[in-house]
Design a protein around this ligand. Structure first.
Ligand code: AHR
Length: 502
């Protein structure tokens, strides 16, 4: 195959919000317990935070962390997770049929983020089993400086200064019938709107995220967004999108084109936001928070919760997908898609961070290592944070998929770094064709040094495991050509490549 890429220098670039490189930590499986938190681990600090995991999280380059769920939040009482450890209750977690020890809570999350480097906390409120009052209580506890019952309780619990949390999710996936306290669009729109208005009475300067659809294929997709926005438009800043991809019936050709679905999902939601804005005659802006996205093998054994009225294990292994090289290529493509929509996608969270459908895996008492999907995220974050997306023109060969019809074999995006550097991210989705890829270089980039690396394995099912932690890594390339106004290189089948010119 062949593909060409050219930056359209006539057009303005779009700044990329740092929040696009967020992730998500839920009380689920070993995400927290024996993931980021494991007292007694050889690398644990005085608070029980695994230093080896913290180092990898820093290397991954994640920004905002969404917390504490996920489906978990729809049954969560935030008060259980604050105050002296010895008096924190053990609870049922109905979402994952687990036990929750509450050893880790809000203060621990804030402390962990501070140790990482002050990453932003994006907090979700429970609109499943709870409602407006509990959301207001949590906001008072977090953001009011002092002098009230709940702000003083926070101070007594060791955090003198307010947490000052800006970004709040008004519940989680309330359109899904699996959600505890699942609601109709009308019921949810009403509750979310009233909660938003009241929260702003405490703190007017919040970024509120209202739930959109749990996937592009939800039966209520479109109508849900319209109903929610009709009621909440002026009082929210973000509408959420969630999407998980996996091969269906072994159809790898369609799976590798998952970016095509994410692209049309974003385009659809963008249109619905614009339609609501026009109908309401509003000059307010609502952006997309793509706050759960990843590859997830949902039918796999690893995603099942334990059963039984007496069986509520804390920190049991759940959703521990072991990602292949092909999965990493899809994740790289999803990042390209998010970047291309940086005008409307102002926040996103890779779901999730450690052990649970995660870029980082750990063994209790043992090592932590990078999954395959770690690499595209880390490199995209490294070069695209603080950068702007350039408008570009691409053309090239296509291939046939049963889910999406003819799709482009390659997909690519270019960003201009704050330091003037140019980075191009490109995926070759084809199962069997390599692609001759050429970039028409803007004049200012022709004398730069190029660093090129590719994620590709001849065996696309290759994985990183405890026994073989670096089976899949990025491969540095020297076999590209840069002559004058063009950079050319071959993209192997099922590959993701980054070209950085500095
Ligand atoms: O990330 C795993 C789960 O996926 C989340 O808890 C839920 O919001 C979504 O369905």
């Amino acid at each position: 195959g062949r593909a060409q890429f050219r930056v359209d220098e006539e057009q303005e670039s779009t700044p990329i919000d740092d929040r696009l490189f967020g992730s998500f930590v839920e009380h689920l499986g070993r995400g927290i317990y024996s993931g980021i938190y494991e007292p007694g681990h050889p690398t644990a600090d005085e608070q029980g935070f695994r230093r080896d995991v913290m180092d990898l999280v820093k290397e991954l380059g994640v920004t905002t962390i969404r917390y504490p769920g996920g489906n978990f939040v729809s049954g969560y009482r935030w008060e259980d997770g604050v105050g002296p450890r010895e008096s924190r209750p053990r609870r049922l977690d109905l979402a994952w049929h687990s036990g929750e020890s509450n050893e880790f809570g809000l203060h621990e999350m804030r402390d962990w983020l501070d140790k990482l480097g002050g990453n932003e906390l994006m907090e979700a409120v429970n609109l499943g089993t709870r409602g407006m009052q509990e959301a207001l209580d949590l906001l008072e506890y977090c953001n009011v400086p002092s002098g009230t019952e709940l702000s003083e309780r926070r101070r007594a619990n060791g955090h003198d200064r307010p947490f000052n949390i800006r970004m709040w999710c008004l519940g989680n996936e309330m359109d899904g019938d699996w959600q505890i306290g699942h609601k109709s669009a009308e019921e949810y729109a009403d509750l979310a709107n009233r909660t938003a208005v009241a929260m702003r009475m405490i703190d007017p300067d919040l970024d509120l995220v209202v739930c959109g659809s749990s996937s592009h294929t939800m039966p209520t997709f479109g109508l849900w967004e319209r109903t929610v926005l009709e009621r909440c438009f002026e009082n929210v800043n973000f509408l959420s999108c969630h999407a998980y991809y996996a091969p269906r019936d072994g159809d790898m050709a369609s799976f590798l084109a998952s970016g095509v679905d994410m692209d049309s999902f974003i385009t659809d939601v963008k249109a619905i936001i614009a339609a609501s804005r026009a109908r309401l005659g509003s000059d307010h802006q609502v952006f997309i928070s793509f706050d759960e996205w990843n590859v997830w093998y949902q039918d796999a054994e690893a995603s099942r919760s334990p059963e039984g009225i007496g069986n509520w294990p804390v920190g049991a292994p759940l959703l521990e997908d072991v990602y292949s090289a092909a999965d990493a290529v899809v994740v790289g493509d999803l990042l390209i898609t998010l970047l291309r929509h940086a005008d409307v996608v102002h926040a996103a969270s890779l779901a999730q961070l450690v052990n649970v459908i995660a870029p980082i895996m750990t063994k209790p008492g043992g090592p932590a290592w990078r999954q395959t999907i770690f690499y595209p995220f880390a490199l995209t974050s490294r070069y695209a944070r603080g950068a702007s997306v350039l408008k570009s023109l691409q053309s090239g060969d296509t291939y046939e998929t049963s889910r999406y019809g003819q799709v482009p074999m390659t997909d690519s995006v270019a960003v201009r770094g704050a330091d003037g550097s140019l980075s191009v991210f490109v995926v070759n989705r084809s199962l069997d064709s390599s692609v001759d890829f050429s970039i028409a270089l803007p004049e200012q980039d022709r004398d730069r040094q190029a660093t090129v690396s590719t994620l590709h394995e001849d065996d696309p099912s290759a994985r990183n495991t405890l026994e073989d932690q670096e089976r899949v890594v990025m491969h540095a390339r020297k076999d590209f050509r840069m002559d004058g106004d063009a950079l050319t290189l071959q993209l192997p089948p099922i590959s993701w490549t980054v070209i950085h010119l500095a």
